[in-house]
Design a protein around this ligand. Structure first.
Ligand SMILES: CC(C)(COP(=O)(O)OP(=O)(O)OC[C@H]1O[C@@H](n2cnc3c(N)ncnc32)[C@H](O)[C@@H]1OP(=O)(O)O)[C@@H](O)C(=O)NCCC(=O)NCCS
Length: 150
């Protein structure tokens, strides 16, 4: 798997899988302002995994504005195309994201988890997301927020 970052050119030419290709305008604006980074995992030229990191400046559609600061980024939109799931691809992208954020001076990352999704809860707990921050409700779904030092 080759790992790459989305840039404005890729936003314009995006023509891959529906679940992964869509970049809402506010997120695209956030990329231009340096507030959002979208990371992609490629396999043989195909984008198969995605993850997003929200950084300062605030006000750019971060899912967790409260926790965002100079040292803390918010992670979201983790996806692997269904047929490639459970084969370790996202794990590799996740490690790349964390290394890249560290290199940018980020010391903590937060993310929101559906507490009923046992698989994801276990995965994030194993990755060290054990510091509970808060609970929110989005589109009638409960989300528990956790933070970890990177
Ligand atoms: C969550 C998701 C992105 C993971 O992608 P993936 O490519 O299937 O993940 P991987 O195969 O790389 O596995 C990631 C980690 O989960 C672990 N894992 C796999 N199945 C697990 C399970 N049942 N319980 C706990 N951990 C599990 C793996 O061991 C790996 O951990 P490691 O890095 O310590 O080795 C993917 O399943 C997905 O797109 N799900 C639907 C969307 C979603 O739920 N996104 C997250 C929203 S918060």
């Amino acid at each position: 798997m080759i790992i790459n970052m989305k840039d404005n050119y890729e936003i314009k030419i995006a023509d891959y899988d529906e679940a992964i290709k869509y970049v809402p305008k506010n997120i695209a604006d956030g990329i231009n302002y340096g507030a959002v980074i979208i990371y992609y995992g490629y396999l043989n030229g195909e984008i198969i995994s995605e993850g997003r990191a929200y950084l300062k400046p605030k006000g750019m559609a971060s899912p967790d504005e409260d926790t965002l600061n100079d040292e803390t980024a918010c992670l979201s939109s983790f996806k692997t195309k269904e047929k490639y799931q459970n084969q370790g691809y996202f794990s590799r992208l996740y490690k790349f994201i964390i290394e890249d954020l560290k290199n940018r001076g980020i010391k903590y990352v937060s993310l929101g988890i559906d507490p009923n999704n046992e698989r994801n809860m276990n995965m994030y707990s194993n990755w060290g997301f054990n510091e509970y921050i808060k609970s929110t409700v989005e589109d009638s779904e409960n989300i528990d927020w956790y933070k970890k030092k990177i």
